[in-house]
Design a protein around this ligand. Sequence first.
Ligand SMILES: Cc1cc2nc3c(=O)[nH]c(=O)nc-3n(C[C@H](O)[C@H](O)[C@H](O)COP(=O)(O)OP(=O)(O)OC[C@H]3O[C@@H](n4cnc5c(N)ncnc54)[C@H](O)[C@@H]3O)c2cc1C
Length: 443
Amino acid sequence: MDYDIIIVGTGVAGCFAALNLPKNQRILMITKAELEESDSFLAQGGICMLRDEEDYALYYEDTMRAGHYENTPESVEVMIRSSQETIQDLISFGVEFAKKDGELTFTREGAHSAKRILYHDDETGKEITKKLLKAVEKLENVTILTHTIMRDILCRDNTCEGIVMETAEGRLELVQAKEVIWACGGIGGIYENSTNYPHLTGDALAIALKHHIALMHVDYVQIHPTTLYSLKPGRRFLISESVRGEGATLYNQHMERFVDELLPRDVVSNAIFEQMKEDGSDHVWLSFQTIQDLDVRERFPNIYQKCLEEGYDITKECIPVVPSQHYFMGGVQVDLNSQTTMKHLYAVGETSCNGVHGANRLASNSLLESLVFAKRAARHIEACGKNPIKRLCTGQKLEEIYKIDWKEYEDIESYQEKCKENIWNAIKEEKERGFNHKDIKCG
Ligand SMILES: Cc1cc2nc3c(=O)[nH]c(=O)nc-3n(C[C@H](O)[C@H](O)[C@H](O)COP(=O)(O)OP(=O)(O)OC[C@H]3O[C@@H](n4cnc5c(N)ncnc54)[C@H](O)[C@@H]3O)c2cc1C
């Protein structure tokens, strides 16, 4: 089996790459779960857009300050400069953002010094990803396989030539491709408390470690300050930063405010951890009652509903909140075209690290970053495709060409455990090496 391009992941990054690739390319997209089960569907708050030239310097500074100035300046510039075009692209795919009197309305989140976030109720990610997936499903050159897992890559001479794929039926197959794009999301699945889907276990990272593909900033893991406290196991429900942007306030166990709620995420998370320690409590409180001039049921319908299901009416009472793992700033190291250090292998979205977020992501920058750099990967593949195409090996057994040892994947549970352990070790080693000197207490 072979394709021109394989995209691993069907979140915003994978979909947008597919939509921007030439229509004469045979593309395979795979996802570990159902199409709706990606973190892209969970994004509540919104997506940033540069409103006008006057806001450029402030937006740039907000992103850099949140990232502790460890961001890669060129990546930040490319992201911000591409934001208006990206939003136009989304609108052309049918994405609807909140409007007032026919004009787009903007909201604000923590660490933003201006209102520059577009949103769709409190389900922005669902609106964007649903529309992008619908457009991808119409493409005749794209085949999508669900419940299909990339277990490894096919490579030789530091060149990627496909993947080892586990089908929905549990069969292992070797699939060749001229280009592979990793759009595998984050690493929340390796944490006990995370807002991410549990199947997002950083598989690309583990494969990168195995094949000596460079990683970057792997110890930069973002903890979201406010997720709904629960004793139940499983994914933690996020209480979007935009609720604090609209005026919601945090309280300790004596119902006293203890932090400026609009400070960057890492600062607010650390303040909450300190306060919980001081109070000997498992959570702090969040009040929606301090939000002025807004009907929270209309502005945050999803949060309102979910909290009701958990027994809290946000219009009448405070809810218990606790910080949880939320986002991975580090990842597979890529350049401005999303190329990894292995030839013909690209990484986009949360799996990748182009340095845009530095040590800490500014709220609502990740959907934008995923889209901008996925499109750049697609454009780069198209541009390089104009050169003579590299030939894939045929006529010989693939397992011999790529030195596949089937035994390695026989016990898939221990293989997965090993992958997880390797990621934890990489995070620990980078912390110990002190490469990234800012300890943002996110591990
Ligand atoms: C609760 C929550 C709220 C958020 N809110 C916002 C927000 O308001 N604004 C914002 O900008 N960002 C937000 N984010 C972050 C943002 O949603 C993600 O960073 C972004 O959607 C990542 O997109 P992605 O395409 O890279 O990955 P994902 O959408 O996570 O998709 C990953 C895909 O890879 C697949 N995959 C993974 N491993 C494999 C494998 N081995 N084989 C096959 N398939 C694989 C998965 O099945 C999935 O299809 C939020 C995140 C969460 C969790």
